[in-house]
Design a protein around this ligand. Structure first.
Ligand SMILES: [Zn+2]
Ligand SMILES: [Zn+2]
Length: 84
């Protein structure tokens, strides 16, 4: 169960892998920084969310780090330590 939640939260909808350097768009969907850089419009500060298509008018480098995902990572490490 914990494993399933973790995978859903931490999966990047673009590369379908674990999110690296998570960045949150205005719609609060999160993707890897490098995946966001590869989106069409990234250079013009027009990031269209791959999930909901909402446009965030920022360049990938200006986006906030997604602390929720980092916290989940931390929690997962703690869980792993406890259950190991
Ligand atoms: Zn990605
Ligand atoms: Zn979105």
């Amino acid at each position: 169960m914990q494993q399933a939640v973790r995978i859903r939260l931490l999966e990047c909808g673009v590369c379908l892998d674990e999110i690296q350097e998570p960045r949150a768009l205005d719609c609060l969907h999160s993707f890897c920084l490098r995946c966001l850089r590869g989106l069409p419009g990234a250079d013009q500060a027009r990031l269209s969310c791959p999930h909901c298509r909402r446009v965030t008018r920022k360049q990938p480098g200006e986006l906030e780090k997604d602390f929720r995902i980092e916290q989940v990572n931390e929690l997962y490490c703690l869980t792993w330590l406890v259950t190991a």
